[in-house]
Write a protein that binds this ligand. Structure first.
Ligand SMILES: [Zn+2]
Length: 313
């Protein structure tokens, strides 16, 4: 039996999977721990693993491995991953961020290793890329990416058949790449990202940015667009121009064959978004973009559930 852990800024989920099985069982979930000492998230993960094992009727000692797919960024301390995520660690942006702690990092890998031995931690978008390559829309592709357009914007990259990790496991944070010096989508609200950047992709186009910038939720915006509202459609054109340019930049920088797309914003509105995003790639620098396909995630809205599982053998 193996444990699969999914850590986000909002919630932590743990499931178990038998060796060789894709079936996830004994799922446990809780709001991400943000109070107490900065080992609170690691302690929470261990408590959820204990609860999952109790529900499944297996001994924690019998676990053959623990895989963690977590929102980044990561920092490495003595070779172990700590989280430096601005939605979890209140010390990064300071009191104005309103989080109930002053952590600069949250411990993760070191306490888990001490207890479980075999532990693998990866960025959640990298893990999702692995899942899409093993079971989803990216099977058989050596040069590809997975992009999630959700509350935030996450990217996992694969070049020459190898998922890219980078010096601290942070390769693919293209959601924080700058695409504009101001708000590009026709209003005056600054495109401030949770990371502190103004004018990066997440700050302009992520699900939480839509709500902040347009004074309507992403769901309301897409509902209005689907009903033919001209202002909403114009805003969606602008959002797709931002995200589409990021996709184009990834394609030409890494010479990609295809990009699989998921995340709640994309997944629920793909009929509107997919053609607009593809139009940002088609026809530009044909030597690099001809035949490049944007594909809805093969695992659909279960990519996140499969991400940690894909990190296990
Ligand atoms: Zn950012």
């Amino acid at each position: 039996m193996r444990a699969c852990v999914d850590i986000g800024g909002t919630k932590v989920a743990v499931s178990l999977a038998k060796a060789g099985s894709r079936e996830l069982i004994a799922r446990q979930q809780a709001p991400t721990a943000k109070t107490g000492d900065n080992d609170a998230v690691a302690m929470q993960v261990m408590a959820l693993i204990d609860a999952a094992c109790a529900e499944a009727g297996v001994s924690v000692d019998s676990l053959s491995g623990v895989a963690v797919a977590s929102a980044g960024p990561f920092v490495l301390k003595d070779g172990c991953v700590e989280l430096a995520n601005p939605n979890i660690c209140g010390g990064i942006a300071g009191p104005s961020r309103g989080l109930p702690n002053d952590w600069m990092t949250a411990l993760l890998e070191a306490p888990l290793r001490e207890r479980f031995g075999r532990v693998r931690v990866e960025n959640d978008a990298i893990a999702a890329l692995e899942a899409e390559r093993r079971w989803g829309a990216l099977q058989g592709l050596d040069d590809c990416a997975y992009v999630t357009w959700s509350t935030g914007v996450g990217v996992g990259l694969c070049v020459d058949g190898r998922a890219l990790r980078g010096k601290n496991g942070n390769a693919g944070h293209a959601g924080h790449s700058f695409v504009s010096t101001d708000g590009d989508a026709g209003d005056d609200t600054p495109a401030l990202c949770g990371c502190g950047n103004v004018g990066d992709v997440e700050g302009l186009a992520a699900g939480n940015a839509i709500a902040r910038r347009f004074d309507q939720s992403a769901a309301e915006l897409f509902e209005a667009a689907a009903a033919g509202d001209a202002k909403a459609l114009k805003r969606i054109d602008a959002l797709c121009s931002v995200v589409g340019r990021m996709l184009y930049n990834l394609v030409i920088t890494l010479d990609l064959q295809a990009i699989s797309l998921g995340g709640s914003v994309f997944w629920h509105n793909q009929d509107l978004l997919l053609p607009r995003l593809q139009a940002e790639i088609d026809g530009k620098l044909p030597a690099l973009t001809q035949g490049v396909k944007l594909i809805p995630a093969g695992l659909g809205d279960t990519v996140g559930d499969h991400a940690a599982l894909a990190l296990l053998d």
